[in-house]
Design a protein around this ligand. Sequence first.
Ligand code: PHE
Length: 355
Amino acid sequence: MFERLDQIEGEALVAIAAATDEGVLRDLEVRFLGKKGALTEVMKGMRDVAPADKPKVGARVNEVRAAVEGAITTRRDALEGERIARLSADPDFDVSLPPFDVGRLGLEGRVGGVGALHPLTRVTAHIEDVFRAMGFLLLDYPEVESEFFNFDALNIPATHPARDMQDTFWVETPPGVDKQLLRTHTSTGQVRTMRAMKPPFRAIFPGRVFRYEEVDASHEHTFHQVEGLMIDRKVSVANLIYSMKTLLSEIFEREVTIRLRPGYFPFVEPGFELDIQCQVCGGKGCSVCKHSGWVELLPCGLVHPNVLRHGGLDPNEWQGWAFGLGLSRLVMMKYQIEDIRHLLGGDLRFIQQFE
Ligand code: PHE
């Protein structure tokens, strides 16, 4: 009995010391310590051992078991240490790699999620592509703006009732400093562009705009617009219609039918509201278009002479058209989003749907 135990111990320790990987160690564990392993076999022989000798044999069995277990643990730690040392010495191994790549190398780790672009970001990028292809510049203007560029320069003097059309967030400014506000529309860029560029030119300026609004399913205090402006010697409503049709057909990825209605904005003359045939019902009438078959999408018009003058341009020499495309409604139509509050709600599950 004791001889057999010595033999098992010797064999096990030699084999464990020679083990070169974790798999071999696990096999040895089964072979010597497992339910059908060598030590269990010995235990079965206990029946035939004289009662007086049983405690001694039992003690020796435990000793061998402890020795084999200890050797396996030691060897396992050593193998793991070697593996880490090998990785650290490898010049191609980068400890700063994301978990995915570390996992590939055999270290456990979690795979990070893949992000998605916000639908507003997607649509904005798409619009930028369409206009860039038509020779438009892409410009960017401040969100905190002077009263002048937001109103006065656009033919909306202080006493003009049109100021009430857009409820404004005013920024507190010390006395004597020009009044500042959060821009209520991207039209602030019109006169800024005229003053900065030599005509003829064409440009778009996308951005965030702000209005003091009660928030509900179709109103937000913060939303996105893309302003378009084209200045040339001869510019007509036909140019405007062509550009708008091209844009909308690209965005909706099909021919769209549009119509113009007169619309009033102090900075355009004539001014229009451009409607698009409802993309949900195809013009037959549904709840989205309030059963009219048309959805109001984009105000536009020919630039008012007073605005050209503020921009330093002679209205007898230069003409222009401008539009102000609201992105919220467009994005909601394109992706069939029923509530505007999803757009800036910050819920990642919403954005994840647009991967
Ligand atoms: N700036 C106007 C608005 O936000 C829209 C507009 C832009 C109208 C350009 C005409 C021309 O309501």
